[in-house]
Design a protein around this ligand. Sequence first.
Ligand SMILES: Nc1ncnc2c1ncn2[C@@H]1O[C@H](COP(=O)(O)OP(=O)(O)O)[C@@H](O)[C@H]1O
Ligand SMILES: [Mg+2]
Length: 307
Amino acid sequence: MSTRTVEELSVDVSLVHHTGNCPVNFPVSPTLSLNRRPVQTIAVAGGKGGVGKSNVAVNLAAALGASEHEVLLVDGDFELGNIDRLLNLRPAYTLSDVFAGSCRLDDIVLQGPRGVSVIPSASGAMEMAHLTHVEHAGLIGLFSELPTSADTLIIDIATGLSESVMSFCRAVREVIVVVVDEPTALQDAFSTVRVLNECCHVRRFRVVANKTESSQHGLDLYAALSDMTDRCLDVLLDYCGSIPLDAQLKQAVSQQSAVVDVFPRSASALAFRKLATRVARWPQPQTPCGHIEFFVERLIEVADSTR
Ligand SMILES: Nc1ncnc2c1ncn2[C@@H]1O[C@H](COP(=O)(O)OP(=O)(O)O)[C@@H](O)[C@H]1O
Ligand SMILES: [Mg+2]
């Protein structure tokens, strides 16, 4: 697989937009304003719905935002996105409108808590349900145009193992797997790790135990997942701590707010701040592989390889 220059990449991005593979041409600005700052890219995965992926993504973003990071939070669930509702944002347009060609990506960026920039997805947009690799890469290719100075890109990915989940996980540097104490959730977390390892060559997974009753409970969950992966996979699981089951988090959800924002002293907010401190210590990407355009390039490579 060849590595291409940014210029070649930008040509490719517009080619992807203008091939017959896409139902419409995405509006592409003639000059790309590429972000040349190293960017940490993180996908929040978990397999099963309801384990807390979106809440982890939102609160990690807000906790990093509160500690001087510039965060871009992307709702990567193209079919049933809900970040806008979790944060009481009212998007006039979503990624679905960008896909339809009615607006540009920078038109849909919203301000979330703690200075976090949010890219909302549509909920129930059927045309977004079965994007091909090329269409997906074309849409995400627009990210390289965003005039953003973000140092961290967090993607809340969809439940399951759809095309978009795989594409995002191939393109990011870090994958967080959220696990809760339910046999089906543990099995789904294991299956997610296995498929992302086998199909996307992800080797390192950061594990967050959610809805825990104690810190030991979180460690036990991590040990259970490790036992499963140790038996048959060559992967590295890094335990990043636990988020307690917290009534105040539920309350924050019903207030459509991040718990770190509205209940900063709650047990879950404290745990999210700890998680953010830990995430901020992860090795920062170095030139050139940490730039937004590298993230895009990896998505484009995926598209190329499946044409
Ligand atoms: N730590 C927690 N404590 C209490 N409730 C939680 C916690 N994490 C998630 N929840 C509950 O689980 C629900 C589903 O969480 P969500 O983040 O939407 O899951 P997912 O994105 O994985 O489908 C939330 O609406 C919230 O009520
Ligand atoms: Mg979700």
